[in-house]
Ligand binder design. Structure first.
Ligand SMILES: *Cc1c(COP(=O)(O)O)cnc(C)c1O
Length: 368
């Protein structure tokens, strides 16, 4: 039995008839970009998150960079972000000419909030809270520091759709919550898509104008914007996905609980959840100091796995110009050497998960 790390087809098959019908409806409608599907999705997504406004965009990266742009954060400004994050988090900052200021992560793989205050300078304008792998950051501490130093908080919820910190939904803590609907994300589209949520009416309107070449009225352009529009097909298909998000997140929680209850190999550390945080288990990320041997062993059994992420953004070639040396963020670098994401997707069968669990429990390391 071949088990893939992720299986998007399985996720589609769960609601195939609904997706098929919606796709045909949109194709037959004759209206394809920024229409009724988009505005319905925006209203439904905002309601689900518990925000006043949602604005659909072209991708999660667009949500990030346009957020900083519209908050007026650019050259000379600094944004605090976890060193243990996805490259898009950093690009969203640097695309505006602002400087990322990295803070190491803790054992929950999110920013170590106890280290943030020491990273604040007179140039700090914002904290980007990245809820990595589906788990919320320590939002109490992040909001406390933001209020103390008058900083904006932007949340990267690309891996945390419908997740909570102490009962409050990710995306509602800061000024803006950024989402990606890339197909592998918890609320995935069938192509690229993204959105922001906010309670600020004026800001929401700025996003609507900016995403469409800076025009409120066709061919009358008030600012230099961009093309980051959500299309009707993605929005329609996202509405179908959104209507099932509670059961999809519950299923991922069941899959994660089963891994956590059943994997008992001392060579493997299972993921921990911070007290106060929920996880929607975008990834189930274990740690293993013999990771390369484990990957080879799993491959022999036709079990896929993925490393999220092998190189921290500040050590990537793209950011060599920042001049941040290896060794700067010890936890992040150790994670990069040891993390491994197990197969985890909606529609995963018990038989498939059993095969992964048995394999993990039978792994004996180098000598085995
Ligand atoms: C996927 C992702 C993004 C970028 O989203 P795209 O839609 O691929 O542009 C940003 N941040 C995080 C944490 C992500 O996982």
């Amino acid at each position: 039995m071949k088990i893939m790390a992720n299986n998007l087809k399985r996720q589609y098959e769960l609601y195939a008839a609904e997706f098929d019908q919606k796709a045909l409806d949109v194709i037959h409608s004759g209206w394809y970009v920024l229409g009724e599907e988009v505005s319905s999705f925006e209203r439904e997504f905002a309601d689900w998150i518990g925000s006043r406004y949602c604005v659909g965009l072209g991708s999660g990266l667009d949500a990030l960079w346009i957020s900083f742009r519209l908050l007026g954060i650019g050259p000379g400004d600094e944004v605090i972000v976890s060193s243990n994050a996805y490259i898009a988090c950093v690009m969203g900052i640097t695309m505006n000419g602002a400087a990322p200021v990295f803070v190491d992560s803790d054992r929950y793989n999110n920013i170590d909030a106890s280290l943030i205050e020491a990273a604040v300078t007179p140039r700090t304008k914002a904290i980007l809270a990245v809820h990595l792998f589906g788990q919320c950051c320590d939002m109490d501490e992040i909001i406390r520091i933001a209020e103390k130093y008058d900083l904006k908080v932007v949340e990267d919820c690309a891996q945390a759709h419908g997740n909570h910190w102490k009962g409050k939904t990710a995306g509602t803590f800061g000024t803006i919550g950024c989402f990606s609907f890339y197909p592998t994300k918890g609320c995935g589209a069938f192509g690229d898509a993204g959105a922001i949520v906010t309670d600020d009416e004026e800001l929401a309107q700025k996003f609507r104008v900016f995403r469409n070449y800076g025009s409120e009225k066709k061919y009358y352009n008030s600012v230099v914007g961009t093309n980051s529009r959500l299309d009707e097909l993605q929005a329609g298909l996202l509405r179908v996905r959104l209507s099932h998000m509670e059961e999809l997140n519950a299923e991922r929680n069941r899959l994660a609980a089963r891994y956590s209850d059943s994997v008992n190999n001392p060579l493997i550390q299972i993921p921990q959840v911070r007290p106060g945080a929920d996880s929607v288990w975008h990834q189930y990320v274990i740690r293993c100091s013999q990771r390369e041997a484990l990957i080879r062993y799993l491959n022999q059994r036709e079990i896929g796995s993925i490393i999220h992420y092998p190189i921290p953004p500040y050590l990537s070639e793209a950011y060599a110009y920042l001049g941040i040396p290896k060794g700067s963020f010890p936890y992040t670098e150790k994670a990069a050497d040891e993390v491994l994401s197990l197969p985890m997707y909606n529609g995963m069968t018990e038989e498939e998960q059993n095969a992964v669990i048995s394999a993990l429990n039978e792994f004996q390391g180098f000598s085995g």
